[in-house]
Design a protein around this ligand. Structure first.
Ligand code: GTP
Ligand code: MG
Length: 625
């Protein structure tokens, strides 16, 4: 039995988790010097471009403690952005301890708190690390005090490091060995492992990232996926170095990967338990007893329709979503058909960044050209004519007799609605106290309710608010940042559902409703929103050969004798002009008129056939209404 320590690195976004991981990889000689690069564990192209971590990333290191005993250190680097919290919580279940990194120039921030509480809930040993002490702006005494107040540790428990220069990082390795508990050894039990992540490999097929809890797993082992009730035979096992490296066996308490050999992608689910099939157990009940706790299902917060520009790509989109779901367990989707956009999927996301990343990944990794509708939160509707449609996207089962809608198209017309409920969140804002006033104003502007204030240190506070989810989704975070000169940070979670006066706002381009641009707005803001969207669309939409009318409209009906709706704003994009008379010089004026007449007719025809392609910026314009 070898010495093992399993831990993850958690922090607020950009506090230096991945950079600290770089130094640990260097000190343990896990990665050759010439192969080293900044934030090595951010392997996805998108992560490198944006400088943020999106996916959890495990890596195994060998460490010679005080130049004698060797330890296997299994590290999991996690993302800091609130949209990827599910990655953090899954990582926490696979380890015994966490490095809580706090940027010494910034202090404790909203996701520092959120992630710390998640780790404490899991019963993990917390090692506080103050990072970026090389920067002149760092304030070690002040931030140390705040950390001590928060987790009740002593000054000497806090490690001071610079992940950039490497100062103090050796001490981190020692602390990992000394403080993080050795995983319990359970010897003679049946082999089983927790799946904390998965992905699809073009050559190997479905791979599960696992933490072995008991016994061991090796190639050719017959295994059972307890939750999915699927049998399979393991093809290969190995470790992360951080690239995958084949091994003979994954031992008890180790972290590694398993090439599962499952035929159906959906048989491998995160949170499920893989158990070795051994002579003694063969009944379903026997397995059930072996199931590990798993994870709470995540609740998507925003929903958008994803459709292919080319209808024939539908099958490819379906398969791509399936594969993407393996690497991103928080993605949910179900088929959707739209008159205007054809077949596609209604997808649920944890936030707008999540949506953006999924869209980008579908485009880059799967080469799909997509139309994504304007995202919306899920509303609950009580209506006279309510027919309950599919509610799969909502992880929550009890909606109290309300019908859940995930898209503006599903919102019934005003006359048919008794009540609409919208999701509210509990939001925590961490900020230096001088910005209290401006933040308060911003929250009120966004229909928020102030709850209370807690002091984190002498000059920084946590403000607790309740806000409609729809009002923080789009630009609340940007506005918060600019109001506080970049200092305030935000964390939120869904709280409950409350009544809302809303209606659908349709956009007509060339007299045709553009389904992807429809939104749900507060009734008292419909005018303002409609005007603003029309104005910005006027700037964004490309000029056509014919004149294009843009209209915002409420209560729109696409058919029947009341076809049309109430137009609340409109604008015109003039046609591009081609001087058809240029070739004429002098001569007869009727000839000129004839040409112009011909052009006019042509344009009329074009207009009736013409479809205006909506560029991607248009969707953002609608969101930022
Ligand atoms: N000066 C200085 N800069 C640092 C230090 N550690 C990290 N940085 C910088 O801080 C920025 C963020 O670092 P990352 O390691 O990507 O932060 P992260 O916590 O992994 O970020 P997310 O994974 O996106 O949450 C990068 O520009 C790093 O170069 C440090 O000790 N000193
Ligand atoms: Mg990172």
């Amino acid at each position: 039995m070898r010495n093992i320590r399993n831990f993850c690195i958690i922090a607020h976004i950009d506090h230096g988790k991945s950079t600290l991981a770089d130094r640990l990889l260097e000190l343990t000689h896990t990665v050759e010097k010439r192969k080293m690069k900044a934030q090595l564990l951010d392997q996805m192209e998108l992560e490198r471009e944006r400088g943020i971590t999106i996916k959890l990333q495990p890596v195994r290191m060998l460490y010679q403690y005080k130049n004698s005993q060797e330890y296997i250190l299994n590290l999991i680097d996690t993302p800091g952005h609130v949209d990827f919290t599910y990655e953090v919580s899954r990582s926490l279940a696979a380890v015994e301890g966490a490095l809580l990194v706090v940027d010494a120039t910034q202090g404790i921030q909203a996701q520092t708190l959120a992630n710390l509480y998640l780790a404490i809930d899991q019963g993990l040993e917390i090692i506080p690390v103050l990072n970026k002490i090389d920067l002149p702006a760092s304030d070690v005494p002040k931030v140390s005090q705040a950390v001590m107040d928060l987790i009740g540790c002593k000054q000497e428990d806090i490690l001071l490091v610079s992940a950039k220069t490497g100062e103090g990082v050796e001490k981190v390795l020692e602390a990992i060995v000394e403080k993080i508990p050795e995983p319990v050894s359970k010897k003679s039990e049946i082999g089983r492992a927790l799946i904390f992540d998965s992905r699809f490999d073009d050559y190997k097929g479905v791979m599960a990232y696992v933490r072995v809890m008991n016994g061991s797993l090796a190639a050719d082992d017959k295994v059972y996926f307890i939750g999915a009730k699927a049998k399979s035979e393991i093809v290969e096992v190995g470790y992360f170095t951080p690239v995958i490296k084949k091994a003979d066996k994954l031992n008890e308490n180790e972290i590694g990967y398993v090439v599962t050999g499952v035929k159906h992608i959906e048989d491998c689910r995160v949170g499920d338990t893989i158990a070795k099939i051994q002579g003694a157990i063969n009944k379903e009940q026997d397995y059930k007893k072996l199931a590990l706790a798993g994870y709470k299902e995540v609740r998507p917060m925003v929903f958008a329709g994803i459709f292919c520009k080319e209808g024939s790509d539908y099958q490819h989109l379906r398969e791509s979503l399936e594969k993407l779901k393996l690497t991103d367990a928080s993605l949910v989707y179900e088929p959707e058909a739209s008159a205007a956009l054809g077949f596609g999927f209604r997808c649920g996301f944890l936030g707008l960044l999540h949506l953006e990343i999924i869209q980008e990944r579908l485009h880059r990794e799967y080469d799909l050209d997509l139309i994504v509708t304007v995202p919306s939160v899920a509303y609950r509707i009580k209506s006279q004519k309510s027919k309950i449609t599919s509610q799969k996207l909502e992880a929550e089962s009890n909606t109290g007799g309300y019908r859940v809608i995930h898209s503006p198209q599903e919102l019934p017309n005003a006359g048919e609605i008794e009540e609409v409920l919208e999701p509210w969140v509990k939001a925590d804002v961490v900020t230096p106290k001088e910005y209290l006033g401006v933040i308060m104003e911003l929250v009120q502007d966004k229909r928020g309710l102030y709850k209370n204030t807690e002091f984190l240190s002498q000059d920084s506070v946590i403000l607790h608010y309740e806000l409609p989810l729809s009002s923080i989704l789009v630009d609340f975070y940007d506005k918060l940042k600019s109001a506080s000169k970049g200092y305030a940070t935000l964390n939120y979670e869904i709280a409950d559902y409350r009544p809302a006066e809303v209606e659908r706002l349709d956009l007509l381009v060339a007299e045709e409703p553009v389904e992807a641009l429809a939104t749900i707005v507060y009734k008292d803001q419909a005018y303002k929103a409609g005007k603003k969207i029309v104005e910005s669309l006027k700037k964004i939409l490309p000029r056509q050969m014919f004149e294009v009318k843009i209209q915002a409209c409420t209560n729109y009906q696409n058919s029947g004798k009341n076809k049309g709706g109430k137009i609340i704003a409109s604008a015109k994009i003039p046609a591009m002009r081609k001087d058809v008379t240029a070739k004429l010089y002098g001569g007869d004026v009727t000839r000129k008129r004839k040409l112009l007449e011909k052009q006019k007719k042509g344009k009329k025809k074009m207009k009736s056939l013409g479809r205006v392609d909506i560029p991607a910026e248009a969707y953002m314009a609608v969101l930022k209404k």
